[in-house]
Design a protein around this ligand. Structure first.
Ligand SMILES: Cc1cc2nc3c(=O)[nH]c(=O)nc-3n(C[C@H](O)[C@H](O)[C@H](O)COP(=O)(O)OP(=O)(O)OC[C@H]3O[C@@H](n4cnc5c(N)ncnc54)[C@H](O)[C@@H]3O)c2cc1C
Length: 432
């Protein structure tokens, strides 16, 4: 389960990383970061590159949250949020955020390359096939919207779609050549190593229990030590509230951590592999109850999904995803899943990512709605600039107040049933 140790494919195939020390005694830094996922680590790397003294405190181990458990699709768009909405909601900062999103996949691949991070990166493109003819109109509207903002993206017609997927189940869709996929745990650990090489300090197994203002700065407290710093980034995202119920509860209660499952088939033989997504693109379709899949470096097909009722979860989710894959790709036969794992996606009620200023020099970002791999890496660059004193007016960080969700504990239990609504909505024409 999400709160236990990860027993994922990524854990098994990724080279181990040395364990960083526990925070003990008194430490000082210009910037303290809480949370060792892609957001925190990318911020640490970019701050260290700028010459700042930065310390990152992770409650478990680097990549323990969503960053080490995800599907690894590098996608330069947001989920269910079109660029015009970001601009209309957030004004100039929203326009800059649209620019950041559209460049985010390219940025991730180039950063991994320049830092020499081996993360089994494949920039093979990202494809969003339409699951109905009506949704094909949505894909066209998306392509139009993104190309008007000079993103590199285009439509694939039905024939090209069938050829790309090796399946007749979809109708065409939006293709973006800058996307692709990575091994997310290798990327996260690689960013941690790169941050340390650049001068950042990382503490692991150090759950933060309190962040309090002390004069002009902040004190980050764990059971065994304290970090004193001028500025703080809280980068706990969907895992906010997971290790400490009292740490900035208004942030934990402002998002819905939704449990989602991942699974990996056995490595496919070459004949099967060449007949299913032969170009090895990352694929996630237009449904709310998403169909998505990509290969890993050993030709395992990695897919996933969610459940409404959590009873017998592992066997039921395997059956559901197996049926869906076999339905779309009869040539696959019945897949055998060697690895099944889960993680929490940080969902916001308006489906927008949220950025909050929690005090002077104290910031957070939450709620990437399942599209955080590329986004978080670029946001790290943005937060590093902010924390190093760059004027907010130049940055892609639109601020809002955290708005705790009412009856959060109950809403959290009911969040899974949103899948029922998504399944119903998937059968209806989309709003254009
Ligand atoms: C199953 C799954 C599949 C996904 N697939 C994709 C995908 O294919 N493509 C995509 O773009 N996005 C995907 N996502 C979303 C993506 O993984 C996340 O948006 C992204 O990893 C968020 O990174 P983060 O650094 O903000 O948060 P996280 O990686 O969750 O990091 C937060 C960290 O904070 C730590 N923490 C929490 N509380 C404390 C505390 N009190 N003290 C110290 N540390 C603390 C946690 O241990 C954790 O390591 C997926 C998510 C999941 C769960």
């Amino acid at each position: 389960m999400a709160t236990g140790p990860i027993s994922s494919l990524w854990q098994e195939v990724s080279p181990a990383r040395g364990v960083d020390p526990v925070l003990a005694g008194e430490h000082h830094a210009d910037v303290g970061i809480v949370g060792g996922g892609l957001t925190g680590l990318s911020t640490a790397l970019h701050l260290a590159r700028r010459g700042c003294k930065v310390s990152l405190v992770e409650g478990r181990s680097v990549g323990w949250g969503g960053s080490g458990r995800n599907n690894g699709q590098v996608i330069p768009t947001l989920a269910g949020c079109e660029p015009a909405r970001l601009e209309a909601t957030y004004g100039k900062a929203g326009e800059r955020l649209v620019g950041l999103v559209q460049d985010s996949a390219e940025y991730l691949f180039r950063l991994a390359e320049s830092e020499g991070i081996d993360c089994e990166a494949e920039q093979s493109g990202w494809f969003q096939p339409a699951h109905s003819l009506e949704h094909l109109r949505l894909s066209e509207a998306r392509v139009k919207a993104w190309t008007e903002r000079s993103a590199s993206t285009w439509m694939l017609d039905r024939l090209a779609c069938v050829a790309l997927l090796g399946s007749e189940d979809w109708f065409g869709g939006m293709f973006n050549p800058t996307g692709g996929h990575i091994n997310p745990l290798m990327l996260t650990r690689g960013l941690a190593n790169a941050s340390e090489r650049a001068g950042a300090e990382i503490f692991e197994n150090s759950p933060v229990q309190d962040i309090s203002q002390t004069g002009a700065g902040w004190q980050i407290k764990t059971p065994t030590g304290s970090l004193h710093c001028d500025k703080v980034l809280l980068a706990t995202n969907a895992y906010s509230g997971e290790l400490s119920k009292t740490l900035v509860p208004e942030v934990a209660r402002s998002i819905m951590p939704v449990l989602t499952w991942q699974m990996a088939t056995e490595p496919l033989n070459e004949a099967k592999r060449a007949s299913i997504v032969p170009g090895r693109e990352a694929v996630s379709d237009t449904r709310g109850d998403l169909r998505y899949f990509r290969y890993d470096a050993r030709n395992r097909l990695i897919a996933g999904g969610g459940l409404i009722v959590p009873v017998n979860a592992q066997s039921r989710i395997r059956k559901l995803v197996s049926d869906r894959l076999t339905g779309a790709f009869p040539q696959l036969g019945t897949p055998h899943f060697n690895h099944t794992w889960s993680g929490h996606i940080g969902v916001t009620t308006d489906h927008l990512p949220h950025f909050h200023q929690l005090g002077p020099g104290f910031y957070t970002a939450v709620g990437y709605n399942g599209r955080g791999v590329a986004l978080s890496v670029s946001l790290g660059r943005e937060f590093a600039a902010l924390l190093d004193g760059v004027d907010e007016g130049e940055l892609a960080l639109p601020w809002t107040e955290p708005r705790p969700i009412r009856a959060h504990a109950i809403a959290r239990r009911l969040a899974r049933s949103a899948l029922l609504y998504y399944r119903w909505r998937d059968t209806k024409p989309p709003k254009l």
